[in-house]
Design a binder for this molecule. Structure first.
Ligand code: NDP
Length: 240
C-alpha cells in the first residue's frame, strides 16, 4: 500500500511540482487549495491527483479536510505545508488585516495541519512534515514584515516540532526557497525582479521542480536521519 501525502496549496506553482514529485515517488497525493477551482480542475485533469478545497488558516476546516482525505485515501503519512500568500507593504502602509492574514495562513496553516495529522503519524511511528519557508524569512525583506515574520516563524516551528517527533519516527524539516518562477514572483514588478535576479549567483530564477526534488528527498525513507533542518534552495543568494 502506498503512503498518503497532503500538499497544501498543491494545485499550482511550487505546490503542483511537489504534488507531482511525490506521486512519482509512489505516494498517493491529496492536493489542497484555497479557492481557484478552475486551476484545481485543470491540475487534476493533467496529473490525475485529487484536489481538496479548504482554507489552511481555518483550524476547523483543516481538521475536517484532513479527516476527509483520510477517509477517501487513507491515513496521512506526510504533510507538505506549502500554501502561502503575500500582502506586501512597508510597515507604515500595512494594515492589521494584511499582517494578520499572512500570519493566519502562512504560519497558522502549519499549526493547523500539524494538529490534524501529527498525532496519527506519532501513533503509527512514521511521518514526514515539510514546511515551506522562504529566503525572506531567513534574511528579511523590505516591505514584508508580515511575510518575513511568518516564514521565520515556520523555521522555529520546524525545529520545535522536530524535537517532539524524533523518537516517534516523525521527521519535521523546512525548505527555504529563493526566488522561484511562479505566479507569486510574476506579481513582482519587472524592474524589481531584474534587481533580484542580479543578486542570484547562478544568474536565474529557480524552477518549481528544483524545490520539489528537495521535498521528495525529505519525504523519503533515505531522509530518516534528517530532522529539524532547513534546506536552502536559492541559487546561492543567501548563504549562512
Ligand atoms: P502560488 O501563489 O503560485 O500558489 C499558492 C498556492 O497556495 C495555491 O495553490 C493557492 O490555492 C494556495 N493557497 C493560498 N492560500 C491558501 C489557503 N488559505 N488555504 C489553502 N491553500 C491556499 O505560490 P508559490 O507556488 O509561488 O509559493 C508556494 C510556497 O512557496 C508559498 O508558501 C510561498 O510563500 C513559498 N515561497 C515561494 C517563493 C517563490 O519565489 N515563488 C519563494 C520562497 C517561498 P488557490 O490556487 O486556490 O489560490
Amino acid at each position: 500500500m502506498s503512503r498518503i501525502a497532503i500538499v497544501t496549496g498543491g494545485t499550482r506553482g511550487i505546490g503542483e511540482a511537489i504534488s507531482v514529485a511525490l506521486k512519482d515517488q509512489g505516494f498517493t497525493v491529496a492536493a489542497n487549495y484555497a479557492g481557484n477551482d478552475e486551476k484545481a480542475k485543470a491540475f487534476t485533469d493533467r496529473t490525475g491527483i485529487a484536489a481538496f478545497k479548504w482554507d489552511v488558516g481555518d483550524h476547523e476546516a483543516c481538521l475536517a479536510g484532513c479527516a476527509e482525505v483520510a477517509e477517501q485515501l487513507g491515513e496521512v503519512d506526510a504533510v507538505v505545508n506549502n500554501a502561502g500568500i503575500t500582502r506586501d507593504g512597508t510597515l507604515h502602509r500595512m494594515s492589521y488585516d494584511d499582517w494578520h492574514e499572512v500570519m493566519r495562513v502562512n504560519l497558522g496553516g502549519c499549526f493547523n495541519m500539524a494538529k490534524a495529522c501529527f498525532p496519527g503519524m506519532r501513533e503509527r511511528q512514521w511521518g514526514r512534515i515539510v514546511n515551506i519557508g522562504s529566503i525572506n524569512g531567513q534574511a528579511g525583506q523590505y516591505g514584508q514584515v508580515n511575510y518575513a515574520a511568518a516564514k521565520s516563524g515556520i523555521h522555529g516551528f520546524t525545529k520545535a516540532l522536530a524535537q517532539e517527533g524524533a523518537k516517534f519516527g516523525v521527521t519535521v524539516n523546512a525548505i527555504a526557497p529563493g526566488y522561484i518562477d511562479t505566479d507569486m514572483v510574476a506579481a513582482v514588478p519587472e524592474p524589481v525582479l531584474e534587481k533580484i535576479v542580479a543578486k542570484i549567483p547562478v544568474g536565474r530564477l529557480g524552477q518549481a521542480e528544483e524545490i520539489a526534488r528537495g521535498v521528495a528527498f525529505l519525504c523519503s525513507e533515505n531522509a530518516a536521519f534528517v530532522t529539524g533542518s532547513t534546506m536552502s534552495i536559492n541559487g546561492g543568494q543567501h548563504m549562512y
